[in-house]
Design a protein around this ligand. Structure first.
Ligand code: NAD
Length: 434
């Protein structure tokens, strides 16, 4: 097969695999089928037998066919380290059986077990150290956010350029999911690794590549799965609702939702900020939570949504209070509307925030240019022209981009859109610094 890199040149690389299990082996076969040479190492001797006997012991679509013609070389770890242009690491990060999800959720919760991954990477690291040459190592095992910084980086060689590049694949269809991935997630801080890996992926498919740092990539990998779980639990709650509501059918509901490609099956409403608002959503959810109780559903998902909205607003209130300079300081909320560029305040999460702050004994002033008007009157009344104050942006009005804040004011922005730099302390929420 003729492979092309981004510049239409034929590309043939030596790809190393450490860990040829249920993820590693099918992906290694798919990469080999694109014309690359694959070298693999696994501590389990059975893997060598699988490659020799050309029989895969688990069901994986398309793997048998590729394995029959495969020339993957099973070799030593040292040889993988020495002879590969890129080294993928697909070592297991298991959970105890009780966290698999086939029993009720245990009372305790636990991280994955990184013992095998740490051991495998530290052995690979020693082999790379011997070469004294920079190598690209690409971890594809699943880890929780923060793991690589905490457990992996401290134990690896200075010659390793590390990338976290987890795959969005489902067991059983690993090969086709890898070859037709909806996106390639590339977490690395090294420019040269991004370049090399991008070139490699251009030889595999034309999927969009999302380049970010390692911590973001770790989080994206797991929340991708959580989002799928969220969709499933939501629709199953609606399914229960249909079971008890006469003349309703869950498949009709799904079919209608599939058509909503603007607001529902789209990137809308997937940007962190204030809670949901308006004249329909909060009250619909509250009414549905009443119905769920009446129908005696197994779990009140609708109630759950409203609780999350409320707890999120309590969290915002606490972030504001945390940033006050003096206990007696007033808090100024800019924006009352639930929707930017309108004067609509029904079901407003900004007003909910004001109420919660007052519950906490805070002095709060809320002002919206499209509801209350007269900025100069507002500023004069509270001496805001000269006096540094604490602001929270409650509505993402473009108006606030031109709002003049007195020197040394503190501005908390849950939408991260004001991007203030000079003379004030600007706190964009949802962006942590290491
Ligand atoms: N299987 C999937 O479809 C899938 C999908 C997404 C993510 N993942 C993640 O990928 C990782 C691997 O999963 P898997 O299902 O392939 O696990 P697996 O147990 O099937 O395979 C892991 C392989 O690594 C080998 N190994 C362990 N220690 C080693 C070492 N020191 N040196 C060399 N080889 C070593 C094992 O012998 C085994 O063959 C996990 O973190 C998993 O969560 C798997």
């Amino acid at each position: 097969m003729c492979l092309k890199d981004g510049k239409n040149n034929t590309l043939r690389m030596k790809i190393g695999f450490v860990g040829l299990g249920k993820l590693g082996l099918p992906v290694a076969l798919a990469i080999e089928d694109k014309g690359h040479t694959v070298l693999g190492y696994d501590i389990d001797p059975n893997v060598k037998k699988i490659l020799e006997k050309k029989k895969i012991p688990y069901k994986e679509k398309g793997a048998d066919v590729l394995l029959k013609k495969s020339k993957i070389k099973f070799t030593s770890l040292l040889s993988v380290a020495k002879n590969s242009d890129l080294i993928f690491v697909a070592i297991q990060t298991p959970h105890e059986n009780k966290y698999e999800g086939i029993t009720r959720i245990p009372k305790t919760r636990k991280d994955f077990n990184y013992r095998y991954l740490i051991k495998g990477l530290s052995e690979l690291s020693k082999c790379i150290d011997l070469q004294k040459k920079k190598k690209d190592v690409i971890v594809i095992s699943t880890v929780l956010p923060g793991t690589i910084k905490k457990y992996i980086k401290p134990i690896i060689s200075k010659y390793i350029n590390l990338t976290y590049n987890p795959f969005f694949i489902a067991m059983g269809t690993t090969i086709e999911n890898f070859l037709q991935s909806e996106m390639i997630l590339m977490g690395t801080d090294k420019k040269e690794s991004r370049k090399k890996l991008t070139k490699f992926y251009k030889s595999i498919n034309n999927s969009p590549i999302f380049k970010t740092n390692i911590e973001n990539a770790e989080l994206i990998k797991v929340v991708y799965n959580t989002f799928i779980s969220t969709k499933i639990s939501f629709i199953n709650s609606v399914m229960e609702t249909c079971q008890y509501l006469p003349n309703t059918n869950i498949d009709e509901i799904s079919k209608a939702l599939f058509l909503c490609k603007d607001r529902i099956i789209s990137n809308k409403y997937l940007i962190g900020g204030m809670g949901d608002g308006g004249g329909c959503h909060p009250r619909d959810n509250i009414a549905l939570s009443w119905l769920a109780n009446k129908l005696n559903l197994s779990y009140n998902w609708y109630d759950n949504i409203m609780k999350q909205r409320e707890f999120h607003t309590v969290w915002l209130a606490k972030e504001i209070i945390k940033n006050k300079k003096k206990k007696s300081d007033k808090i100024f909320i800019l924006g009352k509307c639930f929707k930017p560029e309108t004067n609509l305040i029904v079901g407003s999460p900004a007003i909910l925030l004001k109420n919660i702050l007052e519950e906490f004994g805070q002095k709060v002033v809320i002002w919206d240019p499209y509801v209350d008007g007269n900025e100069s009157q507002f500023k004069t009344k509270f001496k805001l022209n000269k006096q540094p104050s604490l602001y929270f942006v409650g509505t993402k009005h473009n108006y606030f981009k031109k709002f003049k804040f007195a020197k040394n004011s503190i501005i908390i922005d849950p939408f991260r859109y004001l991007n203030l730099k000079k003379n004030v302390k600007y706190i964009p929420l949802g962006k942590s610094i290491s």
